[in-house]
Design a protein around this ligand. Structure first.
Ligand code: DOR
Length: 445
């Protein structure tokens, strides 16, 4: 008997939309066909014409484990992720301890193997002292190598030119860069401190972490990657200016790619007035013109993938003054509904959304047998419904451990009805199915 049969879905996959049934056995898609009549499955669901899309593969999350249980854990944040239609996540190395050694990496993998509700991969961190370990990494053993070329949460800044040159020349697999020029940020911050003391307003954040700081650092990363032939992925672009550094076109064949995050597409600097430090993040949310340029760059394939950069902090921490309030937003629970707002607004088509949240991510990281709805591939998908009335985000319990969302004042026109992770029901009609266990992502490099 098969595990799961979904009937009457409107499948959105690889640029096509069609009506189909989908049969899952042993974690994988066994069959996609107009009608599957002669199969029996332990669970049968009628999608009733709802969209069935490949689950989102989130290339950038901070799930805080180990070391910051008061902000989140792999268990709590992956539960929130499946509610948002995320079926796989790649976690960042700025944990405590940071993921700078093979032992720290193995520890995270062991934790995830016991508690991740979604499939998982881990990015390896960079410090000035671990370049030999990085050079010897097995490209298949890590999701990517993450370098903080700008300082952010954690103590992982690497901006010594010699260390960066060595890193870009020796990285054995894809290098992910957080790009902000820290000296200019510190100079901007000092000017604001002189004028305002500790009462720097939240709206100063994009002027302190400004467009120039982003451009300078992104330009350096791209220049180093070109010089050394490095496979570079620049994370969370936030400005119109940086877009000139990237090429349009499909991911396949590109040596330099870019990510944009949902909050940089959905908020702009007018939102600081109402949301304050709740939307303080690095790089900062910038102007409406920047937001609109990012939206256009998505549509023109200048930007390759959409991530969340889910980075939970407690509400108490967020209420501190500017210099003490940490940067980062919890986002995974609303990932697909938020991305679908961009579809409703005409920023991109549904097929483009599927590509940027799943197909292109699988291609970019060379993830084996995921990211597409194909017979023989792992069954990772979400059933999504268009709601008769927009649903306020505040109407649902918040699953992220921090207990708040930057979308509390917003409503979504779509909801995730079911999420299936490696063939297991992970989220259905408002409930996390805690028997679901994610699997490690495999990278074919
Ligand atoms: O806003 C951010 N928060 N940006 C980062 O780069 C790190 C993240 C975090 O870990 O809190």
């Amino acid at each position: 008997m098969a595990d799961l049969l979904i009937r009457n879905a409107r499948v959105v996959n690889e640029g096509r939309e069609f009506d189909a049934d989908l049969l899952v056995a042993h974690g994988r898609i066994e069959k996609i066909a107009a009608s599957i009549d002669n199969a029996q499955a332990r669970i049968e669901l009628d999608a009733d014409g709802r969209w069935l899309v490949p689950g989102m593969i989130d290339d950038q999350v901070h799930f805080r484990e180990p070391g910051a249980a008061h902000k989140g854990s792999i268990a709590s944040e992956s539960r929130a992720a499946v509610a948002g239609g995320i079926t796989s996540f790649m976690d960042m190395p700025n944990t405590h301890p940071p993921t700078l050694t093979l032992a720290a990496l193995a520890d995270k993998q062991r934790r995830a193997a016991a508690t991740a509700r979604a499939n998982y991969g881990f990015h390896f961190g960079v410090s000035r002292d671990n370049l030999e370990t990085i050079a010897a990494l097995d490209p298949g053993a890590v999701a990517g190598i993450k370098v903080f070329m700008g300082a952010s949460t954690g103590d992982m800044l690497v901006d010594d030119p010699q260390v960066l040159e060595k890193l870009f020349s020796c990285a054995p697999t894809i290098l992910l860069a957080h790009c902000e020029h820290t000296p200019s940020i510190l100079a901007n911050q000092a000017r604001w401190q002189q004028r305002h003391g500790t009462f720097i307003p939240p709206a100063a954040h994009p002027q302190i972490r400004d467009a120039q700081a982003c451009y300078r650092s992104s330009m350096l990363a791209v220049e180093l990657a070109r010089r050394f032939g490095t496979r570079l992925h620049v994370l969370h672009l936030t400005t119109a200016g940086e877009l000139a550094l990237f090429e349009p076109g499909p991911v396949t064949g590109k040596r330099i790619t870019a990510e944009v995050c949902l909050h940089h597409l959905l908020f702009d600097d007018s939102d600081y007035a109402a949301l304050g430090h709740l939307i303080k993040c690095n790089p900062a949310i910038k102007s409406r013109a920047d937001r609109d340029a990012l939206r256009q760059a998505l549509a023109s394939d200048l930007i390759d993938v959409i991530g969340t950069d889910h980075a939970p902090h407690s509400l108490e921490e967020k209420q501190r003054d500017y210099l003490q309030a940490p940067s980062g937003l919890p986002l995974v629970q609303h990932a697909l509904p938020a991305a679908l707002e961009l579809v409703s607004e005409g920023v991109m088509s549904l097929s483009q959304m599927v590509s940027k949240t799943s197909h292109a991510v699988a291609d970019l990281f060379a993830i084996r047998e995921r990211g597409y709805l194909r017979e023989g591939y792992w069954a990772d998908f979400a059933v999504v419904e268009r709601l008769a009335q927009p649903l306020p985000a505040s109407a649902q319990p918040i699953l992220a451990h921090c207990g708040w969302t930057p979308f509390a004042q917003r409503s979504f026109r779509h909801a995730v009805r079911s999420t299936v992770v490696s063939g297991q029901l992970a989220w259905h009609q408002g409930q996390v199915i805690d028997s679901c266990q994610g699997l490690p992502l495999m990278f074919e490099r």
